[in-house]
Design a protein around this ligand. Structure first.
Ligand code: HEC
Length: 163
């Protein structure tokens, strides 16, 4: 009996030893993954905004051409980009204000579905004003968005193609 007890004790200690070893290995893997995640590329707030700027521009020229399919596409690209800010830029305080753009996006979306050029124009102004309201609220008021006066994308057709 007195020989068995030390045996059990030693086995128990060995068991502990392997479990702490496993824990250490797991911790090492977690640390490695943490580092990988921290180093992984994710677009910054400004990059999302630059893509939103592009869609905002294209939306205007698509609307001028009454190309409602393209308008619909551009508006949804914008919605997606704002959604991605919420997803990927959670730590930025400004992200809490993103939802203020939703009513303006919904209104212009409705104008597009109705294929109504006058409502489109009015809601484009509302959308643009809302962009600027947010910029003012988050001290980026020097980024002023306006209705574009020149079509910068010479490699894209905005008119509806009639084959
Ligand atoms: C959360 C409120 C918010 C809303 C809504 C918003 N923005 Fe921004 N915008 C920002 C912030 C914050 C920045 C600065 C990002 C940074 O830190 O780089 C910015 C920057 C920009 C820039 C400058 C990007 C650059 O690198 O030159 C443009 C252009 C822009 N926004 C366009 C728009 C447009 C167009 C809309 C509306 C369709 C819009 N924004 C709506 C918060 C907002």
């Amino acid at each position: 009996m007195h020989k068995i007890i030390p045996f059990i004790l030693v086995s128990f200690l060995l068991g502990c030893n392997t479990s702490t070893k496993n824990e250490q290995q797991l911790q090492d893997r977690i640390d490695k993954l943490d580092k990988k995640l921290a180093d992984a590329y994710k677009p910054g707030f400004g990059e999302f905004m630059s893509s939103i700027q592009t869609h905002h521009t294209k939306l205007w020229f698509a609307g001028q051409a009454q190309n409602w399919k393209l308008c619909n596409f551009e508006v949804h690209e914008m919605m997606e980009a704002f959604g991605n800010i919420l997803k990927y830029e959670q730590e930025r305080e400004e992200s809490q204000r993103i939802s203020m753009i939703n009513p303006a996006l919904d209104s212009i979306n409705a104008a597009i579905l109705q294929k109504d050029p006058v409502r489109f124009r009015n809601n484009y102004v509302l959308l643009t004003n809302t962009c600027n309201s947010c910029h003012q609220a988050v001290q980026f008021e020097f980024n002023v968005v306006k209705i574009p006066d020149m079509q910068p994308f010479s490699n894209q057709e905005f008119q509806v193609r009639t084959k």
